[in-house]
Design a binder for this molecule. Structure first.
Ligand code: NDP
Length: 249
């Protein structure tokens, strides 16, 4: 028994990158996966791949910035599997621009997805986990949350600091409540995924393309999936509070 087999795991942002790699690995270890993201075609293909590999997966098209859709995602997971053991709160975007550019729409979007999306998912799963007296919430922040704000992406870094702080507050709340719910914050750095494609502003896009150009120096999504797996498979009386993984540049 690997403390993963049979667990019901919701993964947001499952249609690519870290979420997709995590879904595949957890599926192969016997978890029941609930895939969530906006791109239906990607989720459909991933579900089939997990099933072909002997795993169990369902999907629900979900925009995490929409609290109604998030509530529906959680209800869907309960209706399919009767419980929720793990939430991998992973969906995120990384638009970047200098503050002086006043990209207000971009700020709204990144805050809605990277902060509110994380909160909506926590708020929706917590009552179920409290009732079960067990559960595990894994928030994907960033190594940017564990360092000084980068002047090249102030708003993105701010959202990731917020995620780390949400993890900390939640962990303390659950400890006070004695709920046994585990909270893990994972802070990856420079992972080879589609994340850079969410940068639109030309000046910043050029900087990011340069930074993310040497794939040999980047971490793979599978390595971050391994950190998720390590956090889940620990015995229930053990909580991995945070994992920071970055390239050894
Ligand atoms: P990807 O761009 O490959 O994956 C992002 C995922 O988030 C996609 O599945 C996307 O799916 C989903 N997503 C975006 N917006 C929404 C939304 N509104 N509702 C639901 N899903 C959404 O990048 P990564 O795998 O790298 O990113 C995963 C997480 O890791 C993010 O939170 C990111 O900030 C974090 N991270 C990544 C790092 C890196 O270097 N790659 C470094 C540090 C942290 P869809 O478009 O189908 O909705």
């Amino acid at each position: 028994m690997n403390n993963i087999e049979g667990k019901v795991v919701i993964i947001t942002g499952a249609s690519s990158g870290i979420g997709e790699a995590t879904a595949k690995k957890l599926g192969s270890l016997g978890a029941k996966i609930v895939l969530a993201a906006r791109r239906k075609e990607r989720l459909e293909v991933l579900k089939k791949q997990i099933e072909q590999n002997g795993g169990t997966a369902v999907y629900k098209v979900t925009d995490v910035a929409d609290k109604k859709q998030v509530a529906e995602l959680v209800e869907y997971a309960i209706s399919k599997f009767g419980r929720i053991d793990v939430l991998v709160n992973n969906a995120g975007i990384m638009p970047a621009s200098f503050l002086v550019k006043n990209c207000t729409d971009e700020w709204d979007r990144i805050i809605d997805i990277n902060i509110k999306g994380i909160l909506y998912n926590i708020g929706a799963v917590l009552p179920h986990m409290r009732e079960q007296n067990s559960g595990h919430i894994i928030n994907i922040s960033s190594n940017a949350a564990y360092t000084e704000i980068s002047p090249y992406s102030t708003v993105y870094c701010m959202t990731k600091h917020a995620v780390k702080n949400i993890s900390s507050g939640l962990r303390q709340e659950e400890a006070i409540a004695g709920s046994k719910i585990r909270v893990t914050d994972i802070g990856p750095g420079m992972v080879d995924t589609e994340l850079v494609s969410t940068i639109i502003e030309p000046e910043m896009k050029a900087v990011a393309d340069q930074l993310f150009s040497d794939k040999s120096k980047m971490i793979t999504p599978e390595q971050i999936a391994d950190a998720v797996i390590y956090s889940i498979e620990q015995p229930e009386h053990t909580m991995v509070t945070s994992v920071v993984i970055q390239p050894n540049l």
